[in-house]
Write a protein that binds this ligand. Structure first.
Ligand code: NAG
Ligand code: NAG
Ligand code: NAG
Ligand code: NAG
Ligand code: NAG
Ligand code: NAG
Ligand code: NAG
Ligand code: NAG
Ligand code: NAG
Length: 498
């Protein structure tokens, strides 16, 4: 082994060419100019998906034989070797994105990775005489091409990516594992575009039995992973336990009314960590608070009649509550956002002026609202401005556009009459029901365009041609799923995220 460089703290380069160059192949010199980057002793490779990446787990005579095995195995790019047990593991994949170098229980274990250079791939697309003995290119149909499980990224044949990785075309993903590049620009199974019915009959018709819904407007997640649904035309709130389509009524009687045990057209919904429920009782022009398991609610905001004063509002669509118990609501047709602090009957206006407009201090028919406790931002779905506004509540009543705002349309940087939104606690990505486009968009934090998670007419079962119209969206607590209420079709979908 000839050490030509040792200027890396935890690694040094060994020139594989000096170890492996077989004299009979001297003509193909560029292949042997590669080198492996070797860690110091005491480390091993920890792949993110061992089943997908491990090529061989064998016993080798020495480090050099392990390196040789890697070099003669397509497409080995990573190996580790333990000088005590002589265990040699060789992997495909990208060492920086598909695993990590971790401390080993053996003090004699090291990790190596094959370094790739664009020069090794210059014969791509040439006839096979140019790559006969190349480790880096494979002969297919008399053409030098990238080996299996790799794709050409413009410079090198890079390892195809695993579940959830960013992508722009199918070829970037491990096709052998049935991943495609989903519309959301992540590698995943095609089936991930298909939703599962988790509420309502599912066939597009509504009903009033406990397994049915009738125009489900609002969604909220309980900490027990149950889903709460505002069942608008049934004047009740339904709780769906995970795994069951049979709901139970947790607020309202099923008959419209204004008594304390009744609701009339419930819309926005919020469930706190004690499973108490806040309900926008839209046609009663009041906000109701139902303590967990209570059979009646308490009015916590509103006068009972439509108004535009500080203690009254017109139709409320979206509602959100922060951890201090402040209630935020969209007074949609008054184009303003109201904040009711606990026990106060008068609101503070935190966004909008009462007059529709598209300036930063205005709104036009705000529908959805989502308070993110993590960074104390309030997100408002400014529906008729086709944008999402973010507010730093109590600091400024001006909003910042964080999605859309490029006019009404279906381009990736646009929205069309968005209805609702929720925000990831993990990544700050915004999930938006882009109702006029019949799709659910995800805008990563700071992004200038979104990607489609679900919708577009092809994804939903045969009873409808699209993920249609008005929809509420909420993430599951672990953020593995997105729930979508499809109001026109009286059902709730669940989509898998990655
Ligand atoms: C070799 O590995 C070390 C860490 O393991 C890394 O910092 C360094 O950039 C690598 N060098 C090359 C040329 O890949
Ligand atoms: C090789 O060429 C044949 C005939 O043109 C074609 O059917 C086949 O798909 C090609 N194989 C690959 C791997 O491109
Ligand atoms: C590993 O992935 C990174 C990030 O995508 C990329 O820049 C690099 O070229 C890849 N390395 C190899 C050896 O494929
Ligand atoms: C995917 O790309 C986005 C930026 O477009 C970046 O923020 C994110 O970290 C990337 N995810 C992965 C897994 O590389
Ligand atoms: C939808 O399903 C419900 C419950 O199974 C059934 O009563 C109803 O007739 C179905 N409607 C249609 C249009 O198939
Ligand atoms: C609001 O009123 C209730 C009942 O009167 C009381 O228990 C609670 O402490 C009050 N909350 C605040 C923040 O004042
Ligand atoms: C905002 O409204 C004004 C006048 O109503 C209009 O001229 C302008 O184009 C609008 N801007 C956007 C981004 O829609
Ligand atoms: C709010 O926006 C208006 C114009 O849109 C601007 O004049 C004003 O200074 C802004 N206020 C703050 C606190 O940023
Ligand atoms: C807006 C959009 O992309 N619509 C597409 C949805 O899917 C159908 C069927 O694949 C396409 O025909 C549409 O163009």
């Amino acid at each position: 082994m000839q050490i030509i460089k040792s200027n890396f703290h935890f690694s040094f380069l060994i020139l594989i060419g000096c170890i492996l160059r077989p004299s009979q192949h001297q003509s193909i010199s560029s292949d042997w100019q590669s080198s492996a980057n070797l860690s110091s002793k005491g480390f091993e490779f920890s792949p993110i998906d061992e089943q997908a990446l491990l090529l061989f787990d064998i016993i080798a005579k020495s480090l050099i034989s392990c390196v040789k095995i890697c070099h003669s195995t397509v497409p080995c790019y990573i190996f580790d070797f333990d000088d005590q047990s002589h265990r040699c593991r060789i992997f495909e994949g990208n060492i920086t994105t598909m695993g990590s170098i971790v401390a080993s229980s053996s003090s004699q274990s090291r990790v190596g990775s094959i370094k790739l250079y664009p020069e090794q791939f210059t014969n791509l697309g040439q006839s096979c005489s140019f790559c006969q003995r190349s480790k880096y290119l494979t002969c297919i149909n008399n053409t030098c091409l990238c080996p299996a499980h790799t794709y050409f990224n413009g410079l090198i044949c890079q390892s195809q990516k695993l579940l959830g990785a960013n992508c722009t075309i199918d070829g970037e993903c491990r096709l052998d594992l049935n991943y495609i590049c989903l519309p959301r620009q992540q590698c995943g199974f095609a089936s991930m575009q298909t939703g599962t019915i988790v509420g309502g009959y599912g066939n597009g018709t509504g009903g009033s039995t406990l397994d049915a819904l009738q125009y489900p407007t609002g969604l909220a997640m309980g900490i027990d992973n149950s889903l709460y649904v505002s069942d608008y035309l049934n004047h009740r709130v339904i709780k769906l336990q995970q795994g069951s389509l049979m709901g139970s009524i947790v607020a309202g009687t099923g008959v419209a009314g204004s008594n304390l045990n009744q609701l009339n057209g419930p819309t926005g919904l919020y469930v706190d960590t004690s499973l108490n429920i806040y309900i926008a009782d839209s046609k009663n022009f009041r906000i109701m608070f139902w303590q967990r398991d209570s059979s009646i609610g308490v009015k916590v905001a509103g006068t009972g009649v439509s108004g535009n004063t500080l203690n009254s509002f017109s139709t409320v669509v979206g509602l959100s509550v922060d951890l201090q118990g402040n209630i935020y609501l969209c007074d949609s047709f008054n184009h303003r956002i109201m904040k009711f602090t606990p026990n106060s009957s008068d609101a503070i206006i935190v966004g909008g002026t009462g007059v529709a407009g598209n300036s930063s201090y205005q709104l036009n028919t705000p529908c959805g609202i989502y308070f993110q406790d993590l960074n104390s931002y309030l997100y408002v779905v400014d529906s008729n401005n086709h944008r999402i506004q973010r507010y730093n509540v109590d600091v400024s009543t001006n909003g910042t556009t964080v999605a859309g705002g490029n006019g009404e349309g279906s381009a990736s940087n646009q929205l069309n009459s968005p209805y609702s939104a929720c925000v990831s606690k993990i990544t700050n990505a915004i999930y938006i029901s882009d109702s006029g486009n019949n799709r659910i968009q995800r805008w990563r934090s700071g992004a200038t365009s979104g990607v489609t998670i679900a919708g577009n007419g092809t994804l939903i079962n045969s009873y409808s041609t699209s993920l249609t119209g008005l929809m509420d969206v909420r993430l599951s607590n672990n953020e593995n799923y997105l729930f979508v209420s499809e109001m026109y079709y009286s059902r709730i979908w669940r989509f898998q995220l990655i």
